[in-house]
Design a protein around this ligand. Structure first.
Ligand code: SF4
Length: 352
């Protein structure tokens, strides 16, 4: 399927300007219990995550289910309030804004959800769903809103008469196209794509991704692309961040990450990607044990309970998230030795 996805068509992502900057983002969810629903614990969904996204690029965010990537996307958009940290979009701190300023900013920041069916109102014709944002955020007339709806439907490969139909009359792929049309109707600058193809058949995934790619070129969009399929992220992203248990453990350009992953967790994920050539064999790194609970994450490096290379220091101190050259960031104590990359160490250990 990945072969059918158009390449991003840019030899070099545009790196002139940072559109979005996330600094020390924290999101902890309270756990309530008992008669009075007192807070008894906290789920540490996202813990001290920092990164930036350049204007016009696609930043992929990957990790196992429950690693916090979706929470990062929703917290950035202020759909769930952050516990602490800051998000600067277009030179303005979103967390300092009042309701009126936030409403204005929402025009520029949209989301495409994983499940298009549950994100569309089943009692509303899809044309009205697409026009809803225009009605709330603009003073366009009904005719002007209708014109935008028809244009957006056409941009995602659908017909004008589809505007009168209801969500249940469409296939999953068509519903996701409608979700894209709705996100685009306000002509945003930035879109969080939250697992936009995970619920679709493999044959449909490439179509939807190609639409997203074409729209990015035509409208100059910037994407945060959240997914767990590493092959899709590889073909769709300019840079990629890897999350584990609420922490960013590695981030770099797509080419560097897939050619030379530095963090043992990234290497384990990469080793699970199927190789299309049956004559080639990749050494699979099997991680032992389950992902620990975010209610009580491990001390030090959160990956130490499953890492095949863990040593004493890993359980005691948290490794710094550092640039190891060419904007290739990672958080692993092995990289601090400066003698040999973690990938070589992993291979050596597995071979031994
Ligand atoms: Fe593994 Fe230690 Fe590196 Fe964490 S810091 S990834 S436990 S070697």
């Amino acid at each position: 399927m990945a072969d059918n996805i158009q390449s991003n068509g840019r030899d070099e992502p545009q790196k002139q300007r940072v559109l979005l900057e996330v600094k020390n983002l924290v999101k902890h969810f309270p756990v309530r219990s008992g008669l009075f629903q007192r807070v008894t614990d906290w789920v540490q969904a996202v813990d001290d995550v920092s990164f930036h996204i350049y204007e016009g690029e696609t930043l992929g965010l990957v990790g196992e289910s429950g690693c916090g990537k979706t929470t990062v996307g929703r917290t950035i958009l202020n759909l769930v309030p952050a516990t602490s940290g800051s998000v600067v979009f277009d030179d303005q701190n979103l967390f300092d804004m009042n309701a009126k300023q936030l409403k204005k900013m929402r025009r520029d920041m949209q989301i495409i959800f994983q499940d298009p069916y549950s994100s569309l109102d089943p009692r509303m014709p899809v044309g009205e769903s697409i026009a809803e944002g225009l009605r709330i955020h603009t003073d366009k007339t009904a005719q002007e809103r209708y014109d935008v709806v028809i244009e957006m439907l056409s941009r995602v490969g659908m017909r004008a008469d589809h505007a009168r139909r209801y969500p249940h009359e469409f296939s999953g792929g068509q519903r996701q196209r409608i979700g894209i049309a709705r996100a685009l109707s306000l002509r945003p600058k930035f879109i969080v794509c939250d697992e936009p193809v995970s619920a679709l058949d493999v044959s449909i995934q490439a179509q939807v991704l190609n639409i997203l790619r074409e729209l990015q070129k035509d409208f100059g969009l910037t994407y945060l692309f959240i997914a767990h399929n590493l092959s899709v992220v590889e073909h769709f992203s300019d840079r990629v961040g890897v999350m584990y248990l609420g922490k960013m453990v590695e981030m770099s350009s797509q080419s560097d990450l897939y050619a030379d992953p530095l963090h043992p967790y990234t290497q384990a994920l990469m080793s699970a990607i199927p190789v299309p050539d049956p004559t080639l064999k990749r050494q699979r790194i099997i991680l032992e044990g389950d992902v620990p609970s975010p209610l009580n994450p491990p001390s030090g490096c959160r990956f130490h309970t499953r890492c095949p290379l863990a040593f004493d220091k890993c359980a005691q101190e948290e490794p710094p998230f550092k640039d190891y050259g060419g904007e290739h960031y990672a958080a692993c104590w092995l990289l601090e030795t400066g003698e040999v990359g973690a990938s070589k160490l992993t291979q050596a250990k597995l071979a031994g």
